[in-house]
Design a protein around this ligand. Structure first.
Ligand code: DON
Length: 559
């Protein structure tokens, strides 16, 4: 008996040691995908800025140091929950230009041309500067220029190129196609080496305008004029009027529950929040967790839940200002029960035999994410993107920033898969000023009114399932922030009918999944890059635990 107890203790100590620890801090925490940006956020927090101030500084810094996704030429979503309970969701996603048309990416024979992914015609109207300004005006407290300053410094004075950035820039084929991008980001083919100092004077000048004039410095005046003129010269669609008229939109975040947790998350035009709440609502009654993390039985049940949501996504989700998205129907208890009952615990449902459902209609490839909690308990989850790595590949000459290829997030043709293999139809068809459907899922979770978790990720269609798995790992299996992220992940999106598993699933688990009828693709990469903060303990035992994705090169830091 005594021996057994000793043995248990040893096992407990060993397994605690095996779990990688998150970064822990008492007061405030930033987790972002690039270390200079994390440091910019921590400096703002230490200087008395709140989480929203820090978010503005981190987002502008990422636009300099993480050009694959950090941006001025893209867009995203910011979710904030302040310690006093106020919440805000700012949609600063790109919108289709006024001249966009439904079939603009199809040739005369109705075949997709690929222009939604590369070059001057691939971009929606960028939203980042307006979105950050809106968040700052509403909830920030430090001076605007002070928050843009770290980015200006990083651009003007340069920063030391990391191994990760050097490799990423070298491999970015799309950048090589456009002269200005090739000059700035690839040294005209000589490439940046790790350890070199990378200065971006043109971007620095653009950021200085934004620091001085606010978002207007981007959407009007010399920057906008130059931007629109370059677009016109290269056959792009974005005009000076598109820029001037761009508005960030404040929307009401979605709120749901899961086993006593309150989940605050992204509403349409993200499909992420609806997906999270639908899938977790189905899973709540399914008892998957009793099989254990990484087991074939749990993986099967969660994958079947994923399959069903992505079918609904293809039909029912789009920009709510253009299409009536049946949000309530898609996450209603009766609808979730119907989905739950359709899941066979022993057998995969072939996607061909599963169609999008009929919910009640009673109501009207790089992204980056960071999570921040400040010393007062205010929290921000921000995901923004150029869509594919380095977006459309186009840098606006003289302005130093890359443009997005977010138009590819529309359904360019019904049933035609986008960059992430997602299909769609009417709900997500192209129309002027419409917002393409997103999977970005910035999420903040509370328990008993207390902050529990701030989480989000890049990863295209895999964002929603990645964010969900990290939440389940923490909520159902009690993993710490780092363990929850490190755990091997999997993904199913209905079409293609494949279960993608990351390295780390044992061969016998894979075999059991195949026996259930899954077409398993092993060793998949790109299962989202999750950046999360979990609040551990209470009172004097309270810690902020920051977990950054082992699959990327980010940094968690706090004080
Ligand atoms: O909004 C979306 O869903 C996509 N544009 C996100 C793209 C993305 O996450 C790429 N990163 N790996």
């Amino acid at each position: 008996m005594k021996y057994a107890r000793y043995f248990c203790l040893v096992v407990a100590v060993v397994s605690a040691a095996q779990a990688r620890h998150p970064v822990r801090a008492r007061n405030a925490m930033v987790v972002a995908q690039e270390p200079h940006a994390t440091d910019a956020g921590v400096s703002v927090l230490k200087a008395g800025g709140n989480a929203v101030d820090a978010a503005v500084a981190v987002a502008f810094a990422l636009a300099v140091t993480h050009p694959t996704a950090g941006n001025l030429g893209g867009g995203g979503f910011l979710l904030a929950r302040m310690a006093d309970g106020r919440t805000a969701f700012i949609d600063f996603r790109e919108r289709a230009p006024e001249k966009a048309t439904r079939d603009m990416y199809l040739d005369a024979a109705g075949k997709p041309t690929g222009d939604s992914l590369q070059g001057w015609r691939a971009s929606g109207v960028p939203g980042t500067a307006r979105g950050l300004e809106m968040a700052h005006k509403k909830l920030g407290r430090r001076g605007w220029a002070e928050l843009v300053a770290p980015a200006v410094g990083l651009a003007r004075d340069g920063f030391v190129v990391s191994y990760a950035l050097a490799e990423s820039l070298r491999r970015a084929k799309r950048l090589a196609e456009f002269e200005e991008s090739r000059r700035i980001f690839q040294k005209n083919g000589a490439y940046w080496e790790a350890g070199e100092r990378f200065k971006q004077p043109e971007l620095g000048a653009t950021l200085e305008r934004i620091a001085r004039d606010g978002a207007r410095g981007f959407y009007e005046g010399p920057v906008a004029e130059r931007f629109a003129a370059a677009m016109a010269r290269h056959g792009g669609l974005i005009t000076a009027a598109d820029l001037k008229d761009y508005k960030a939109i404040e929307r009401t975040p979605l709120l749901g529950t899961y086993k006593g947790y309150q989940i605050l998350t992204a509403p349409p035009p993200s499909s992420g929040g609806v997906g999270l709440l639908q899938m977790m609502g189905v899973l709540e009654g399914l008892g998957f967790e009793k099989h254990g993390a990484g087991s074939a039985a749990a993986t099967h049940l969660v994958a079947e839940t994923m399959r069903r949501f992505y079918a609904d996504r293809s039909e029912h989700l789009g920009d709510p200002d253009f299409y009536k998205v049946p949000v309530t129907g898609l996450i209603s208890k009766s609808y979730l029960a119907r989905i739950r009952e359709s899941i066979d615990p022993h057998r995969a449902t072939p996607s061909d035999q599963w169609k999008p459902g009929s919910p009640a209609r009673e109501e009207s490839a790089e992204t980056t994410h960071f999570s921040i909690v400040d010393a007062e308990g205010n929290a921000v989850a921000l995901t923004y993107t150029l869509n594919g790595g380095y977006g459309s590949g186009v840098t606006v000459p003289g302005l130093g920033f890359l443009l997005n290829n977010e138009m590819d997030d529309f359904s360019v043709k019904p049933g035609h898969p986008n960059l992430f293999g997602l299909v769609g139809g009417e709900a997500n068809a192209i129309a002027p000023r419409k917002t393409p459907l997103s999977s970005m899922t910035p999420t903040i979770i509370t328990r008993g009114g207390e902050l529990f978790m701030v989480v989000g990720a890049p990863g295209g269609s895999r964002i929603i399932t990645g964010v969900m798995q990290v939440i389940l790992n923490a909520a159902d299996y009690g993993m710490n922030a780092q363990e929850a992220i490190d755990q091997p992940r999997f993904h199913h999106q209905w079409k293609p009918d494949k279960l993608y598993t990351e390295r780390g699933f044992s061969p016998d688990t894979i075999e059991l999944l195949r026996q259930r009828g899954h077409d398993v693709e092993t060793n998949t990469t790109g299962v989202a890059l999750v950046e999360a903060i979990i609040v551990e303990g209470r009172g004097k035992d309270r810690w902020l635990a920051g977990g950054t994705d082992r699959r990327a090169h980010g940094k968690a830091a706090g004080y």
